[in-house]
Ligand binder design. Structure first.
Ligand SMILES: NC(=O)c1ccc[n+]([C@@H]2O[C@H](COP(=O)([O-])OP(=O)(O)OC[C@H]3O[C@@H](n4cnc5c(N)ncnc54)[C@H](OP(=O)(O)O)[C@@H]3O)[C@@H](O)[C@H]2O)c1
Length: 179
């Protein structure tokens, strides 16, 4: 099973503000939907609760919420108590690619565990205020396997670039990001 992270990050590393995304980028949301549909999506409890009620659980995906709260319930989603448990659950169902979809704490945990094979990272071309950050990518551990620029337009206040990074085989998984 491929373990993937998917995120959108400003040039100053910001990914969130006040429990929400710092931008509205519909074509990035479409990309997120296209990549993750049909797969397990693994989310921190706070990120899950930031998704508007009408959109959660995310349709067409197995939603897995990570929380330390033993009694937590999320109707229509699976609840687990560690990232390892979430990944094992996906593996046990024969999943081919599981997506870790944030937020900051869960990305940091993925970094700490060194379990990630692939990162879909949308770099938003601007610096924004925020309170949640993506871990730094250790560039020599990753190959920028694909990228595509999306210009700013009347629906997108920022231009952005999609990247797909693949972990270089043999690189130390513990050093793929610094956090
Ligand atoms: N730009 C992007 O791509 C992107 C993507 C996703 C999210 N975001 C943003 O990120 C922000 C949310 O991120 P966040 O860092 O505040 O929260 P988060 O990572 O979504 O969730 C944190 C929660 O996850 C649970 N958790 C974390 N580590 C755990 C562990 N090791 N074991 C068990 N449970 C664990 C805890 O839940 P309990 O407190 O219930 O125990 C913790 O409070 C929002 O602003 C959101 O919009 C941005």
């Amino acid at each position: 099973m491929i373990v993937s992270v998917i995120a959108a990050m400003a040039e100053n590393g910001v990914i969130g503000v006040d429990g929400d995304l710092p931008w509205r980028l519909p074509d990035d949301m479409k990309f997120f939907q296209r990549m993750t549909t049909g797969h397990h999506v693994i989310t921190g409890r706070r990120n899950y609760e930031s998704i508007p009620d009408r959109f959660r659980p995310l349709a067409g995906r197995t939603n897995v919420v990570v929380t330390r709260e033993r009694a937590y319930q999320a109707p229509g989603a699976l609840v687990v108590h560690s990232l390892e448990e979430a990944l094992q659950l996906a593996r046990d169902t024969g999943e081919t690619e599981a997506f870790i979809i944030g937020g900051g704490q869960i990305y940091a945990e993925a970094s700490r565990l060194g379990v990630v094979d692939r990162i879909y990272l949308t770099i938003v071309h601007g610096e924004v205020d925020g309170d949640v950050y993506f871990p730094d990518i250790q560039e020599d551990a990753w190959e920028d396997a694909w990228s595509e620029v999306h210009p700013a337009d009347d629906r997108h206040a920022y231009s952005f670039t999609f990247h797909r990074y693949e972990r270089i085989k043999g690189s130390n998984p513990d050093t793929w990001v610094t956090s």
